[in-house]
Design a protein around this ligand. Sequence first.
Ligand code: SF4
Length: 522
Amino acid sequence: MTALLLDETIEKYEQDLRELLMAFFPGEKFCYEEKPEAGLFLWGKAGGLTLFRRETGEETGTGAEAENRAETGTGTGAEGRLIPAGSRSLCLTGQRREDKSLIKTALYSLLAELTGESLPWGTLTGIRPVKLAEMLLAEGNTAKEAEALLQERYLTSREKASLAVEIAERERRLLAGFPYRKGFSLYVGIPFCPTTCLYCSFTSYPISKWRDRAWEYLEDLALELQQVRRMQETEGSLLYGKPLQTIYVGGGTPTSLDEAQLRKLLSEITGTFDLSGLREFTVEAGRPDSITEGKLAALREFSVDRISINPQTMNQKTLDLIGRRHTVEDVKEAFAAARAAGFDNINMDMIVGLPKEDLEDVAHTLSEIRVLGPDSLTVHALAVKRAARLNTEGNAWAHLARAGKAEAAEMTALSEQTAEALGLKPYYLYRQKNMAGNQENVGYAAEGKENLYNILMMEELHTVVGCGAGASTKAVVENEDPGLYGGNAFRVERFENIKNVAEYLPRIQELLEKKEKFLKKA
Ligand code: SF4
């Protein structure tokens, strides 16, 4: 347990400090309270940050007492003594961006000294490090200069700085000449899966329990799609006159619908919109145990041009452990069937840092994927989110070994090498909280097989309208007066659909009304 005790000047950066502490001490709990019972205790006020370690025993003092002890650096005797572990003085400027950076850098250097470790992404704790690389390039820096600035300002490793800049440059090339600002993307969420994976934090319900009501779900979804179409023709709406440029059907696992339901979904999507401006149509086939020849044929008939078949791991013991209930052989068969059906753009997702997997297991997964030869590979570092069973049933899974920082780094490097050997280049990247080894998620693809939706959505470059339970809409809106928005030319506004499918169904009219208001005013 680590405690934070911050004065009001620094308190507003509590989230950033907490995230940095979490990156150094994964799985640790943090409290922000007056009675710290911590093994590590961070105390800060405008003049500086001080880190203390508790030597032994329980601390029972009040916040004020703790503060005094912190200030003097003296303990209260052998039991629970606070040992100074370093301090940094701060010279705050009153400018939020600068101060945040100063405080994070001070804490980072304290933690690096204390642990003897560094983090691959340095002080960066946000989701989109590529955005920073892109900004540095847009300011006129060369790739080399942008890499150096990322290392200098944010203490990132040379490898990660170079990866972020490489991806930013590739994204620029991929989007050059594509009028994405003039159009929008559609995300359709199908919140059903064959079973729930141990680490899942998405909106997902077992299809066996929802098979019959899935028809009802598709009817409601159709109402949302029609509304989006109407908004394209409604003056004053965010979507007015904008062509639909990319479609992404995800979830859950869309192919957990049966074939007739999948056909209904695809005919609703393709029958509702004018697809003359469409650049790509992706469906996540996801779980191999949900794929049949009939469903693959339906996807082809409706001109779906990219699918994902996601093993996550090619080790049967891990598939069993994480509750996927399919075999390694199922993955191979589904992949072969998709190729036979004519799909020439197949993505595979895998995860590094799965419970009880070591470097050898990851190497095995990668060698099996290499044999299959997908057109793109997305490598995720396991991120244990709050809603995942791995977290909510924490005690039941606490015994499972997970990769440490060094091993996760080796796993990531190995997947990079495999992607390279397959001729796949990194083209989008994002990070999450609590990622194994403080790594990242990277999408690699063969030239011409990159998924534009992933870039547009991840870098928040244009509006993505989400339909279905748990889907969210992100409106990217031009600021008429950027001065009001810190100089930003665009801002992002969000609308969240109802998550729970049992509530989504009866409340669809209420949802439609709220969403229409949002799309008209955003
Ligand atoms: S396949 Fe994906 S959405 Fe479905 S349960 Fe597993 S992690 Fe969740």
